[in-house]
Design a protein around this ligand. Structure first.
Ligand code: ZN
Ligand code: ZN
Length: 375
């Protein structure tokens, strides 16, 4: 231990890579741009790599391989494995194993990027210092049967260096000789890696720190439109932790989730299928229940500070939410029972229940949920 740093636990290769690329991105890349400028070729190459590697992590590593939230044809899987490697975030097999542990043990010791150990640990510290002994990768048996995943696992570092650094430099060379090759290496290679990596790291740090918790307060994950912009749509993290198998993170139609839009678009051209969605009534029920719980907490701890009028308003909202949660819950159960015993029920009864459920959901949508304003 030197200056409080546990030297024996330092992951030297990863630490050196993360520090060196960050140093180059903040010194050599601005130096190059200052001296040679940035033309359309360099800007386009950066943009392509920024999107290809970033979405390969969110769409490929995260929503497809970790959560199996949709099925993808081999061209999509191959593309996301190749450009996912070029994001220098390890092989998909390692990434998914860590991520599945994160969901299973969120905010506890076995969560690899446990936010309760501090912001630095969740953001990057867990990568700089390795655990002794390394936890087993015993939660990715399904992925081990995937020949493309295992091919990428074996060759990951080679693919990463070739596609992430050598290929953009070679394209730069073909475009404008050695100077353009250096520019492409520093801008589309090094600076892009640093941006994409830290945007992914934000999901583990900032997405467990800033934003609201409309679906659950059982974990630290939060929803934030700002984080969604910075993380390719992954910023609706409270929803994601509550319903991890949904292919959408921004579940409302207006929420910024380009990863969801790409999955949906690929579905339209036959490259993805079986897109998993949580039924709307379950989502609304979770929102209503959580809003009620947060109102309960608010009412019980602020009794002395609230004016009579405010308390009356909160109480009325609370009662309305309780009633509607109850109705949705009952109707949902009835609907499920009727669907199960389909043959014993006439079509009219099922239709009637579906209509009642729909009405209850509509009424809930009209009730203002004050917790969004209060929290
Ligand atoms: Zn998380
Ligand atoms: Zn996840």
């Amino acid at each position: 231990m030197i200056f409080g740093i546990p030297l024996k636990r330092v992951n030297w290769i990863t630490s050196s890579f993360l520090i060196l690329t960050a140093l180059l991105a903040f010194t050599a890349t601005p130096w190059y741009i200052w001296n040679h400028g940035i033309d359309l070729f360099q800007a386009s190459l950066f943009f392509f790599y920024f999107c290809a590697t970033g979405f390969s992590i969110t769409l490929g590593y995260h929503r497809n391989f970790s959560h199996l939230s949709f099925k993808a044809k081999w061209p999509v899987r191959l593309f996301t494995l190749i450009f996912g490697a070029a994001a220098f975030e390890n092989a998909a097999l390692d990434w998914c194993s860590d991520h599945r542990k994160h969901h299973k043990h969120v905010d506890h010791d076995d969560d690899p990027y446990d936010i309760t150990k501090g912001f630095f640990h969740a953001h990057i510290g867990w990568l700089l210092f390795r655990l002794h002994p390394l936890p087993p990768m015993d939660n990715v048996a399904d992925l081990r049967r995937d020949s493309l995943v295992m091919w990428q696992y074996r060759w990951c570092q080679w693919i990463a260096v070739t596609v992430g650094f050598i290929l953009p430099a070679a394209m730069g060379w073909m475009y404008g000789g050695p100077q353009a090759a250096l520019g492409a290496f520093l801008i589309a290679g090094v600076a892009r890696v640093v941006f994409v990596q830290h945007m992914a790291f934000f999901i583990n740090s900032l997405c467990h720190t800033i934003g609201k918790q409309p679906y659950s307060t059982k974990h630290t994950a939060r929803d934030s439109p700002l984080m969604a912009i910075l993380t390719y749509g992954e910023g609706y993290h409270n929803y994601h932790h509550e319903f991890q198998h949904d292919y959408r993170n921004g579940v409302k139609p207006w929420q910024f989730d380009p990863t969801k839009w790409i999955i949906w678009s690929l579905n339209k051209v036959g490259l993805t299928s079986n897109l998993r969605r949580v039924p709307e009534d379950r989502i609304l029920l979770a929102e209503a229940t959580e809003a009620r719980l947060q109102l309960d907490a608010r009412l019980s701890c602020s009794k002395t500070q609230l004016s009579d009028k405010t308390r009356e308003l909160l109480q009325a909202s609370h009662d309305a939410l309780s009633n509607l949660s109850q109705i949705i819950s009952e109707r949902h159960q009835e609907y499920l029972r009727a669907t199960e015993k389909h043959l014993e029920h006439s079509k009219e009864i099922i239709e009637e229940l579906r209509h009642e459920l729909h009405l209850a959901i509509k009424r809930l949508a009209q009730v203002p949920i004050p917790v969004h304003v209060l929290s």
